[in-house]
Design a protein around this ligand. Structure first.
Ligand SMILES: [Mg+2]
Length: 207
């Protein structure tokens, strides 16, 4: 069994919001709720970083202080006894590797920045954005049974495709679009659904 989980909003807070809070740059606080076009959103973020001469090391220093949600580390450690963990996120490796390491060091699949030798951010490479569904499709194609956990609209397709999808603290409007997806609002509920999925799998021929 593979447990494919989103990062921000499920296991850790939104890292850009923390960067916005610490730097006082409101442009960085914009989310996909304010700017639906992710690439346009990222262009604004990169421009704001450049205007204020904020470099990769500055962002990483802030990200280093972001703490996982209470219980997230223990949840992952427990879930790992039920299956492999894959963290698939629209965040950036440079910002989230540290926190993933601090939670126990699981496989992280995310986007990356393009920066010059001095750490000025020039742009980004999107590997995951808009492709979470492809990740799930590919894993299914090679025979994995998948528990997927997500909280946002960027997880919608992933949740539609997974065998055991779980919407964690997602908005009601998203839940309404995913009538077959179970909802959890605490880590305890999440744990229970993972356990049931695991037991269902153990009683079938899948591994
Ligand atoms: Mg999220």
């Amino acid at each position: 069994m593979l447990i494919v989980t989103d990062l921000e909003g499920v296991l850790v807070p939104e890292i850009w919001q923390e960067v916005a809070r610490v730097t006082g740059l409101s442009t960085l606080d914009l989310t996909t709720h304010d700017e639906v076009d992710f690439e346009a959103l990222m262009e604004k973020r990169v421009a704001a970083l450049s205007r204020n001469d904020l470099r990769l090391s500055d962002l990483q220093r802030i990200a280093e202080n972001v703490l996982p949600f209470p219980g997230a580390t223990e949840l992952l450690r427990w879930a790992r006894t039920k299956g492999q963990i894959m963290i698939v996120s629209d965040t950036f490796h440079e910002l989230s590797e540290g926190i993933v390491q601090r939670m126990g060091g699981y496989n992280l699949f995310a986007n990356t920045f393009r920066a010059d030798a001095e750490g000025r951010i020039l742009g980004y490479r999107l590997r995951i954005r808009g492709r979470k569904d492809k990740v799930i499709r590919s894993l299914k194609e090679i025979g994995y049974r998948i528990v997927a956990i997500g909280d946002g609209y960027n997880d919608e397709l992933m949740l539609q495709l997974a065998h055991h999808p779980i919407l964690y603290r997602g908005p009601d409007a998203l839940a309404a679009r995913l009538p077959n997806v179970r909802r959890a609002s605490t880590f305890e509920e999440l744990r229970q659904i993972i356990l049931e999925s695991h037991e269902e799998l153990a009683s079938s021929n899948f591994t």
